[in-house]
Design a protein around this ligand. Sequence first.
Ligand code: FE2
Length: 398
Amino acid sequence: MFVTLLLNCLIYMGAMLGHVAICTIAMNRLQGSGIAYRWERVVKKFIYVGAFIGGVYPAIAWISYQPDQDGSGLGAPLVLVRSQVQGNVGYYTVVMAVLVVTVALRVLHVWRDRCESRWSLLRRRCIDVQAEVETNLVSAGPVLCWSRCGWNEVQKLEVNVKSILMERLPAALNGMTITHFSDLHLTGKLGKAYFEFLMERVVSLNSDLVVVTGDIIDNPELLPWVEDLFANIAAQGNVYYVLGNHDIRNQSGDIVRQAMARAGCIDLGGKSVVREVQGHQVLLSGNEQPWIGNAPDIPTRKVDLRLAVVHTPDLFGWGQNQGFDLMLAGHAHGGQIRVPFVGPIVTPSRYGVRYASGVFYQRETTLHVTRGISGLQPIRYRCLPELTQLQLESTTTH
Ligand SMILES: [Fe+2]
C-alpha cells in the first residue's frame, strides 16, 4: 500500500513537472519566434488553456479513481500512465520523457558552454538603489507590495566589471572599455529616479563605447523619460543602441528612435558603422531581427574589431557566420527568477534558458548576454539587474 502510494506520488510529480516543462518550452520558443505580438497573444492563450487542462486532469483522475476500477489495486496516476503506454504512447508518458531529455540537455549545455578561460569578473558591486536615492521607486498598489517583498531585487543594481579575452585584438585596443546595459522596460512601475541613478553609474564608468541592446520602453506616455535619461549619457557621442520587441509593442519604433536621436544616441538598427577608437577601426553592426527590419550589410573592408549589437542572443549563430569578434545581447533578462539548484526557467528564446545571461564563446565569437535592468513585471529573484563594463584584453598580451 505504502509502495503503491509512493509510486503514484512520484509518477504524479513526474507527470506534472513534465507538463510544466512542455508548457514552458512552448512559451519560451513562442516568445523567441518573432511572430507578431497579436498572434503571440492568441497562441499564449492556447498554451494557458492547455497548461490548465493538463495540470488538473491527473488530479481529478486521482481523486475520482475507484480502487477496484481495473482490479489492479493501482492508484489513478499509475493506471493513467500504464493504460496509455499499453494503448499508445500517452501524453503524460511523453512529457516525462521530454523532462528527462530537457534536464540532460541542460546539464550538457551548462558543461559545454563553460568558457571561464575567456573572461573574468574583475569587480562586482551590488547597490540598493532604494536606499541610495532615498525615495519611493515604485508606484502604489499591488506593485508596491510586490516590489517591497524582501526577496524581490527590482530596486537593486549590480555593477559588474568583466575582462573579456579577445583574439585578433590590436595592442592599442587592449583595455578598451564598453558599457553594456539593456531592457530598461520603462513602464512607470519603477520610478524615474531608479533610471536616473542608473545613468549616473553609466557616466561614472566613462567607457569608450556605451551599448544599449533594446527593450527601452513599454509605456508610450514615458517617451519624454527616454530623451531625458539618455541625454545624460549621450553627450560624449558614444552611445549606440538597437531596439527590441517591446519598443514596437505599444508604440511605433520610429517614435522611440526619434526620442533617442534627440537625446544624441546613435541608431544601429539594421545598420553598420565604423568608428575610430584609440586610432583603430571598430565596426559596429546592429541587428533587430526577428522583430524589426533586415540584417545589416556587413562591410568587407578590414577593421580592427568587429562588434555586433543585437537584442536577442538567438542571433549568436548569425554573429558567428559573419565573423564578429564580440556580440552584445539582452532580451532574456537572465530569466528574472532563478530557482535554487535549477537556475532560470522562463526565457523568451528559441534556445530556452541556454543563453539566459553570461559569457559564451563559439567559433571565435564571444557573446555577452546581460541580465538587463528591469522587466515588464517588477519581479526578480536571485537575478539582480545588471550594468556591465566590459574591458577588452588581447590574448597575445595575456
Ligand atoms: Fe526585455
